[in-house]
Design a protein around this ligand. Structure first.
Ligand code: NAD
Length: 275
């Protein structure tokens, strides 16, 4: 299909729009993943802590889409950080997913209170060498955490998945990532649905004859971000993927930039989170 992809510094690429499956139980994950793949999605974002890797794997196999055409991401949970524990947790994720590789493996949080993310990253480097993760990256890392991985291992993550929505645009982090060839991926791209009630978003949507969700997803695409909106409702899953035949103009971008003044983080601050 003609969906956009973003190139990693390791030579692999990622479809720019994927399906997020946080807070989705196994049985629902099967139907959501099947619906997404039938609509043309080729990128699914899960994590060990979501406890639905089994459902995601089942949905992929039930879809009839070849595994090789699908970009599959999972994440290592904080409690499993450390070299040996990471290798073990990765084996368990592959087993639950029912696949022999993932396209992308992420350290879910830096968890600086545990101070194990460098050893964890060394295990990730080993997993990639073995071909069992095609690409390796991180999530919720601040530049200081990224810099430490680079200094201590010489290997730069291909991507950093962080909380990012139009009213919380993470301008500084994105500039730092760009300088280091790290792709930025947006989690909670719709502000967990709250941004859909915003009148400014409604105004831009009306101008384009699009839905509010489509306008926000398009904002991420037009900013060069990888975006993983979540829905378990087939009609919304379809709606969120019909975003490749229009684009936002400079006026829309300026209008949406105005949201930043009222915006803030929804999730925890990775620097102080202690889970
Ligand atoms: P989101 O911003 O994607 O919002 C999802 C919610 O928006 C849905 O539950 C639904 O209520 C609503 N919605 C979606 N499409 C809609 C539509 N077309 N019309 C009306 N309402 C619609 O929130 P999210 O799930 O928090 O984030 C997306 C994904 O990001 C997650 O599923 C997960 O994969 C990932 N994520 C990662 C982290 C991390 O720490 N790495 C943290 C949070 C989320």
């Amino acid at each position: 299909s003609d969906q956009p992809t973003i190139l990693f510094h390791d030579g692999n690429s990622i479809p720019q729009v994927g399906l997020g499956v946080w807070q989705t139980p196994n049985d629902t994950a099967v139907t959501a993943v099947k619906a997404a793949l039938s609509q043309g999605y080729r990128h699914i974002d899960t994590a060990a802590i979501y406890e639905n890797e089994q459902g995601v794997g089942e949905g992929i196999r039930a879809s009839g889409v070849d595994r090789s055409e699908i970009f599959l991401t999972t994440k290592l949970w904080n409690a499993e950080q450390g070299y040996d524990s990471t290798l073990k947790a990765f084996d368990a994720s592959l087993k639950r997913l029912g696949t022999d590789y993932v396209d992308l493996y992420l350290i879910h949080w830096p968890a600086p209170n545990r101070d194990r993310y460098v050893d964890t990253w060394k295990a990730f480097i080993q997993i990639q060498k073995e071909g069992r993760a095609r690409s390796i990256g991180v999530s919720n890392f601040y530049p200081e955490h990224l810099q430490r991985l680079i200094d201590e291992t010489g290997i730069t993550p291909v991507i950093n998945q962080i909380e990012l929505h139009p009213d919380f645009p993470q301008t500084e982090a994105r500039a730092w990532h760009d300088k280091h060839r790290i792709v930025t991926q947006s989690w909670s791209p719709l502000g967990q649905g709250k941004l859909l009630e915003n009148p400014v978003v409604a105004q831009v949507a009306a101008k384009h004859g699009r839905t509010r969700a489509q306008v926000i997803i398009r904002w991420h695409i037009d900013n060069g971000l990888v975006v993983i909106p979540k829905s378990v409702t087939p009609s919304r899953i379809a709606e969120n993927f019909k975003v490749f035949d229009f684009r936002l103009d400079a006026e829309d971008m300026a209008t949406l930039a105005g949201l930043e003044k009222d915006g803030r983080r929804i999730g925890p601050d990775p620097k102080t989170a202690t889970f």
